[in-house]
Design a binder for this molecule. Structure first.
Ligand SMILES: *Cc1c(COP(=O)(O)O)cnc(C)c1O
Length: 470
C-alpha cells in the first residue's frame, strides 16, 4: 500500500518537527484552557491566531455593521505609532489631549453651536458611553434644579422619553442609572418618534427626550425640529425645561455634509447634548465616540473628577479610566486629511451607491423599501407579500452569508415586530461593482427558492454576463 511507503515521523519525533510555516503546534492541539508552560516563537503565535481568524466573516463584505472596516495607510501608521499611549496620561502625553480638544472644537462647530455658548465635550469609547454620560448629566441637572436630596427615600422617579426606534444603549442607560424608561412603541408605517407621542409621555420629571438622527433599524430621523417646538411650548405653558439629547451615532457625520440646512443640532433651542460615533461615518476604526454639550452649564462640575495622577491634575468625565489614544488621533487625521470637502465627497458618494443599490433591490420585484425616502446610507427592505410563501428575510440573509455577504435580518421593535427586514449599511469601501455582484447573487438565490421567480430581463442580463465571461 502506498500509505506504508509514506514516511510519517513517529509520535516521539513530533516535538522536534519543524515546518517552514510554523512548528509543532500545527500537528498538536493548541493551548485553549491553560496558559502554556513554555513560550512559543512569535511567528508561530501570530500564524495560529491569524489563521484561526480566517473563519471570521470578511469585514469588507460586512454590510451589517455601521462600523468602519477600512482606513488609509497613513491613518494605520498613526494608529500603530500611538497604540502604546494611554489616553488618560495627560501629563505624559499632553499633545494627545490637546488634539482631542481640537476635535471637540471642530465637532461642536460642525453641529452649529451658537457663538454665545461655551461648548464642552469629550472623546468616548463609542456612542454608548457618550449617551450614558450625556444622559447622566441631564439626570444630574434635573435633580439639582428640583433641589432633590439624593439620599431621601421619597424622591420622585426621573424618566426619559424616547421612541422604540432607539438603540439598546438607551435601555441600558435607564436600567444602569435608575431612570424610568418611557419608550414610545412603533406603529405599522411609522417607525420614528413624533412630537405628538412625546407630548403624551413627558411630565415634570422627564430628564430629557432622546431623539435619533438615523435610527439603527431603518436609518430614519425622528421629528427633531417639531419635538423641539413642542418642548419650547411646554416650557412656556408648564415651566418644565426639558432638554433634548440627539443620538447622532450614525447620522452626525453624514447630515451636516449632505444636508447642512436641515435643522437637528444645536441650532434648536432645546438640543443640549449630541453624541456621534467616530467609528461609524467619522470613518475611524472602533472604538471612538464623541459627546458634545452645547454649554458648560449643562455638564455639572460635580460630575467631573479631578484626579491627581502621574504628576498632574487630570479632569475626567468618562466611565472608563485608561483607554487607547490611537483612535482619537485617527479621528483628527481624518478631519485634517479629508476636510469638509472630503467628508462631503465620501458621504455624497455613499448616497449615490445607496440609491443605486436600492433601485436594484426594488428591480428584483421581491423587495420593497420600508420607507421611500432614503436619508442616510442605510437601506431597510422587506419582502413583498406575494413572495412570503417562498422565503423569509432570514432565509435570504442565511443564503447571502454562504456567499460571503453579511446582511442581517431582524424584526422591528414593539408594535411593529411582525415586520421583518433586511438592513444594508453602505460604507466607503462598498462600490457600484459590489452592488451589481450582490444583485446577481440575490437573483440567483430567488430562482433557487421559487420555480416561479421570474424577472426575465434581469435574469437574461445576468446569464448574458456569464456567457460573455466564459
Ligand atoms: C451604533 C449606535 C449606537 C451605539 O453606538 P456605539 O458607538 O456602537 O456604542 C447608539 N445609537 C445609534 C442610533 C447607533 O446607530
Amino acid at each position: 500500500m502506498l500509505s506504508d511507503k509514506i514516511n510519517i515521523k513517529k509520535a516521539e519525533d513530533k516535538a522536534k518537527r519543524k515546518t517552514t510555516y510554523g512548528d509543532r503546534y500545527y500537528s498538536e492541539p493548541i493551548p485553549k484552557f491553560e496558559i502554556p508552560d513554555e513560550s512559543m516563537h512569535p511567528q508561530t503565535a501570530y500564524r495560529l491566531i491569524h489563521d484561526e481568524l480566517n473563519l471570521d466573516g470578511n469585514p469588507n463584505l460586512n454590510l451589517a455593521s455601521f462600523v468602519t472596516t477600512w482606513m488609509e495607510p497613513e491613518a494605520n501608521l498613526i494608529i500603530a505609532e500611538n497604540n502604546g499611549k494611554n489616553f488618560v496620561d495627560n501629563d505624559e502625553y499632553p499633545q494627545t489631549k490637546i488634539i482631542q480638544n481640537r476635535v471637540v472644537n471642530m465637532l461642536a462647530r460642525l453641529f452649529n453651536v451658537p457663538k454665545e455658548y461655551e461648548f464642552t465635550g469629550t472623546s468616548t469609547i463609542g456612542s454608548s458611553e457618550a449617551i450614558m454620560l450625556g444622559m447622566l448629566a441631564h439626570k444630574w441637572n434635573w435633580r439639582k434644579n428640583k433641589g432633590i436630596d439624593m439620599y431621601s427615600k421619597n424622591n420622585p422617579v426621573p424618566n426619559v422619553v424616547m421612541g422604540a426606534d432607539v438603540h439598546v444603549v438607551w435601555e441600558k442607560f435607564a436600567k444602569y442609572f435608575d431612570v424610568e424608561l418611557r419608550m414610545v412603541p412603533m406603529e405599522e408605517n411609522n417607525y420614528i418618534l413624533t412630537a405628538d407621542k412625546v407630548k403624551e409621555h413627558i411630565d415634570e420629571n422627564t430628564i430629557a427626550v432622546g431623539v435619533v438622527l438615523g435610527t439603527t433599524f431603518t436609518g430614519q430621523i425622528d421629528e427633531i425640529e417639531k419635538i423641539n417646538k413642542l418642548l419650547e411650548e411646554t416650557k412656556k405653558e408648564k415651566g418644565w425645561d426639558i432638554p433634548i439629547h440627539v443620538d447622532a451615532a450614525s447620522g452626525g457625520f453624514v447630515i451636516p455634509f449632505i444636508a447642512p440646512d436641515f435643522k437637528w443640532d444645536f441650532r434648536l433651542s432645546h438640543v443640549r447634548s449630541i453624541n456621534v460615533s467616530g467609528h461609524k461615518y467619522g470613518l475611524v476604526y472602533p472604538g471612538i465616540g464623541w459627546l458634545i454639550f452645547k454649554d458648560k452649564k449643562y455638564l455639572d462640575d460635580d460630575l467631573i473628577f479631578h484626579v491627581n495622577y502621574l504628576g498632574g491634575i487630570i479632569p475626567t468625565f468618562n466611565l472608563n479610566f485608561s483607554k487607547g489614544s490611537s483612535m482619537v488621533l485617527a479621528q483628527y487625521y481624518n478631519l485634517l486629511r479629508l476636510g469638509k470637502e472630503g467628508y462631503y465627497n465620501i458621504m455624497d458618494g455613499l448616497m449615490v451607491t445607496t440609491n443605486y443599490l436600492s433601485d436594484l433591490l426594488v428591480k428584483t420585484k421581491v423587495f420593497e423599501l420600508l420607507e421611500d425616502e432614503i436619508v442616510l446610507p442605510i437601506i431597510a427592505i422587506k419582502i413583498k407579500k406575494e413572495f412570503e410563501k417562498y422565503f423569509t428575510v432570514f432565509d435570504i440573509s442565511k443564503e447571502l452569508r454562504e456567499k460571503g455577504w453579511l446582511i442581517p435580518a431582524y424584526t422591528l421593535p414593539n408594535n411593529a415586530e411582525d415586520i421583518a427586514v433586511l438592513r444594508i449599511v453602505i460604507k466607503e469601501n462598498f462600490n457600484r461593482n459590489m452592488a451589481d455582484l450582490l444583485y446577481s447573487d440575490l437573483i440567483q438565490i430567488f430562482s433557487q427558492y421559487s420555480e416561479d421567480y421570474k424577472n426575465p430581463d434581469d435574469l437574461k442580463n445576468f446569464k448574458n454576463q456569464l456567457v460573455n465571461i466564459f
